[in-house]
Design a protein around this ligand. Structure first.
Ligand code: SF4
Ligand code: SF4
Length: 363
């Protein structure tokens, strides 16, 4: 399962209009052979969701549990054993996982369907001699031990990588605070994207099902606004799927660092077939990108946006935990940032606790 390359001349991306009341995952999967094409009886299937932080699904920061539920039911139907896992921002502890699962509606879901939530926090280093940035990649055992991986990303903007889509979601295979460390090691977007593609090539999902019913626009991945796109997409090719979303939202794909890096590594398919709807059929006009996106797309220098704690801060300490540069201290029960140490990785912003960090341009 691991170490397969993504490159193929032709890829298929299945796209259909959907609402959370009417997902019809099985018709979405039909053109690519249905779930039975990917899952055999008795296989443990990781549903790798986007669980960025402990938030209610209505905020659109995490993959909607309705999508996870529909996919889990389909996996059960073909005899697979689904389980849910991801590594949220911050420390990867059982306590934190429980909190994230609870807020995002997954404890209820796991009880309803009788499926497991991952609490295994162990990991192993995997050799990847061809890696551009990482030749040894620490990957969580819950990812490595899965027989199959179905990734369930959500269409969202991203403060550092512009969009968080299928080519980025497997970053959640990397142990908790190592993710923050990588922000410190790979300061430039290009370097970070090179690392992300290394990770994707080692922890490659067998199937990707994108939650695009309600996405996030503006200042994602945690402080943007929900946007009703009413679409679901599926493919076995992460790059093809992200390229389809770029067409649908009228985004220049080369402006997304992971897609640019995928192109450099010759991972873009020569042809993408759309057996159901095409990106044109579901075109969404007016999707709001990050305020800094224009700079990324034109290749000009991104304006310096720094994390600024706002009045909602209660000094809970979680941003201190994720800051690899030790730039944050709690002073008088408020987060205080030493900007001489800050590398603008935005990990503290992603933690989202109390929505207490804004990104601001300093003049
Ligand atoms: S900024 Fe947010 S995470 Fe940091 S201390 Fe304040 S409330 Fe907690
Ligand atoms: S304070 Fe700066 S370096 Fe620390 S997590 Fe936030 S953005 Fe990253």
């Amino acid at each position: 399962m691991m170490n397969q390359f993504l490159h193929s001349n032709t890829a298929i991306v299945s796209i259909q209009k959907s609402t959370y009341d009417n997902l019809n995952i099985e018709s979405l999967l039909k053109p690519i052979g249905g779930f039975k094409n990917y899952i055999s009886k008795g296989e443990r299937v990781l549903l790798k969701t986007n669980l960025l932080n402990a938030t209610e699904p209505e905020k659109c920061i995490v993959t909607n549990p309705v999508v996870i539920s529909a996919v889990a039911k389909s996996v059960l139907k073909v005899g697979g054993i689904p389980f849910i896992g991801d590594s949220p921002s911050g420390q990867f502890t059982k306590r934190r996982l429980k909190r994230v699962y609870k807020k995002s509606g997954l404890i209820k879901l796991s009880k309803q369907l009788g499926i497991e939530l991952n609490y295994d926090t162990s990991s192993k280093k995997i050799d990847f001699p061809n890696g551009k940035r990482l030749q040894k990649i620490p990957i969580y055992n819950f990812v490595l031990n899965a027989d199959k991986i179905i990734s369930l990303p959500k269409i969202k903007t991203h403060s550092f990588m512009m969009m968080t889509l299928a080519t980025k979601i497997m970053f959640g295979s990397i142990p908790g605070l190592t993710k923050a460390k990588y922000h410190s090691m790979f300061l430039r977007r290009k370097e970070f994207a090179e690392m992300l593609i290394d990770v994707l090539l080692v922890a490659k999902p067998n199937l990707i099902i994108m939650d695009g019913v309600v996405g996030m626009q503006g200042e994602g991945p945690s402080s943007g606004d929900p946007v009703e796109l009413e679409v679901m997409l599926a493919s076995e090719n992460s790059v093809a799927l992200d390229l389809a979303i770029c067409k649908m939202l009228d985004i220049e794909p080369i402006g997304i660092p992971t897609l640019k890096e995928a192109k450099i590594r010759n991972l873009w398919p020569l042809q993408i077939d759309y057996p159901l709807l095409s990106p044109k059929d579901v075109k969404y006009t007016g999707f709001i990108l990050l305020s800094s996106a224009g700079y990324l797309l034109t290749g000009k220098k991104t304006p310096d946006r720094f994390p600024c704690p706002n009045v909602k801060c209660i000094g809970c300490d979680q941003c201190v935990e994720v800051c690899s540069r030790k730039a944050i201290k709690i002073v008088d029960k408020k987060a205080k940032i030493d900007y001489s140490k800050c590398i603008k990785c935005y990990c503290c912003h992603e933690v989202y606790t109390y929505n207490a960090i804004d990104l601001e341009t300093m003049i």
